[in-house]
Every structure is written in structure tokens, then in C-alpha cells.
Design a protein around this ligand. Structure first.
Ligand code: PSU
Ligand code: MN
Length: 284
């Protein structure tokens, strides 16, 4: 039997983490997935072509970030026609993965409804509503409006599973006060729900949310302050649109220093391990 495939995104590499930690992390996530017995495929666009399985050299090019755009769903035709290199978000990694026949995708944080601007809603939600891929993440970051994001997922028909938790995790911190739809404590339980979801003919994706490991969790007060400052800076500098998420992430990384980076890396590694185990559970 071939090892089951696990997709990884590239926007977190190109626009979500600093160099060189982004490059080292991307390779480490791939090796964690291999150690579990699955086969990692980091996704992106090279010269306008979708690629499920970037080489180490291509990953390094994305990590350096020069000449690499961020592509969400609306950008794909433009990227293809113009022959660009593009990093894929959660939305477009789901698209590339599904096209390549990959069912399981591991990432860090999900996009959603931005705070203070109900019209800025990530296409990650659109993708979850229309592409049947299982997405393993640490929740949506508290830079977003978490209650609204949670409601949108419900409206769009996207099941939210808590992996070893009863509340949706909030990325840097382990809980948000918002309930999950079902708690699972093993890969087999997740696999059973996903297989039932698909057998019923449902075309939506599914979220498996995994809390950041306790030792790496950010102090909730520190996280809150950093988020408030980042949002104020974005508003003062009138940052909007596709640069907003990278701006906020960068601002938080600077203001909390090593702590948020440590949490980010720890949750990515943990998600890679859990995602690989779920892919193996599905293959059984
Ligand atoms: N959350 C993170 N790190 C990231 C992202 C989200 O903690 O790098 C990236 C993901 O690729 C996600 C994208 O799909 O940001 C959402 O961007 P937007 O809000 O512009 O849709
Ligand atoms: Mn947006």
C-alpha cells in the first residue's frame, strides 16, 4: 500500500513566518509526516501551474518570498494566465489538494471573518463550503471575529470537530468559549465521521481543530494585548484586503517576540503529527 498523502499550504511559509524559520519549519513538518508513515505534499503554484509536492528548492524559494504572490481562490486564473509563482492559502491549498486526489490537509490557522469589518471574510470559508477536504488546524486566530467565524461555518454546513477538546481552540490559546460540533479522541473517530460525511454525498469540507500543546500556549492576556495593538496599527495605517492577515501576523510576532513564534511552530508540528495519523486512519 502506498503511504496516504497529506497536503500542506505555502502561504504560511511565504507570508506567515519569518525566514529562515519558515524554511526549516516547512521541511520539519514534512519529516514529521513521513515519520508517521504518511507522504507530505506541500502545495503551491510554480510558473502558473498548480503543484502538489513542491521540492525542497521550491520551498526555499517560497520561504525567501521574492517574486511569490499570495493566491486565494479569486487569484488562480490570473496566476495561471500570467505564469506566476504563488503561495497557496488554506482555500487554494484545498483546491490544489482536491485536484490531486488528496483528502487530508494540515495547516496552522484558518482565515475567517475579520474583526470590525464584516465584509472582509476569508475565501477559506468559501473553500470549506465547496471543496470536500479534511482540514486540520489549531482554530482561527483571535485576530478574527471568532464568534462570527464560528456562525459562518455553521451556515455553510462545515462540521467542526474538536480533537481532544470541547471548545474551538483559538490558535495561540487552547480555548475560545465556542463549542465544537463533536469531540473526537482518536484518528479512527475522525475517520468515521469524515467517511460518513462523504458517504452521504456532502460536498463541504470538514475542520478538525487541535489545541496548541499546553507547554507552548501563549498567555491569553499577552495574546489579547498583542492582537489589540496589531488591529489598532492596521486601522491607523489603513491596511486592508489580502495584506491584512500577513500584516497582523507580523505585528503580533514582533510584539510578543519568541513566545508567539514558539506557539505557532509547536502547533504546526503537532497538527502535522495528528494529520498524518488521521490520514493513516482513513487509509485503514
Ligand atoms: N493563519 C495563520 N497563519 C497564516 C494564515 C492564517 O496563523 O499564515 C494564512 C493562511 O494561508 C490562510 C490565510 O489561508 O492566511 C488567510 O488569508 P485571508 O484572510 O487573506 O484569506
Ligand atoms: Mn480578506
Amino acid at each position: 500500500m502506498n503511504p496516504p498523502l497529506v497536503a500542506l499550504e505555502s502561504t504560511v511559509i511565504a507570508h506567515g513566518l519569518p525566514y529562515p524559520q519558515n524554511y526549516e519549519t516547512a521541511l520539519r513538518l514534512e519529516s514529521i509526516i513521513r515519520e508517521q508513515g504518511a507522504d507530505p505534499r506541500t502545495c503551491g503554484f510554480i510558473g502558473g501551474e498548480p503543484v502538489a509536492g513542491l521540492s525542497a528548492g521550491q520551498i526555499e524559494h517560497f520561504a525567501r518570498g521574492e517574486g511569490v504572490v499570495k493566491a486565494s481562490l479569486r487569484d488562480l486564473g490570473i496566476v495561471a494566465a500570467r505564469g506566476w509563482d504563488a503561495a497557496t492559502t488554506v482555500a487554494t491549498t484545498m483546491w490544489v489538494a482536491h485536484r490531486a486526489g488528496i483528502e487530508v490537509f494540515v495547516t496552522g490557522g484558518l482565515g475567517g471573518v475579520h474583526r470590525g469589518d464584516d465584509f472582509d471574510e476569508s475565501a477559506d470559508l468559501t473553500a470549506l463550503a465547496t471543496i470536500p477536504v479534511l482540514v486540520i488546524c489549531a482554530g482561527a486566530k483571535a485576530i478574527l471575529d471568532l464568534p462570527r467565524t464560528r456562525e459562518r461555518l455553521e451556515t455553510l454546513g462545515v462540521p467542526v470537530i474538536g480533537y481532544g477538546c470541547d471548545e474551538v481552540p483559538a490558535f495561540y490559546t487552547r480555548s475560545s468559549g465556542l463549542p465544537v460540533d463533536a469531540r473526537c479522541d482518536s484518528p479512527a473517530e475522525v475517520a468515521a465521521i469524515w467517511q460518513a460525511h462523504r458517504a452521504l454525498g456532502l460536498r463541504t469540507g470538514m475542520l478538525v481543530t487541535v489545541p496548541v500543546p499546553p507547554a507552548a500556549e501563549l498567555d491569553p492576556t499577552v495574546a489579547d494585548e498583542a492582537i489589540t495593538e496589531a488591529l489598532a496599527a492596521a486601522s491607523a495605517q489603513q491596511v486592508r484586503g489580502k495584506t491584512l492577515t500577513p500584516f497582523l501576523l507580523d505585528h503580533i510576532a514582533r510584539s510578543t517576540g519568541a513566545a508567539s513564534l514558539r506557539a505557532n511552530l509547536a502547533l504546526l508540528e503537532n497538527n502535522a503529527r495528528v494529520g498524518a495519523q488521521i490520514a493513516l486512519g482513513l487509509a485503514r
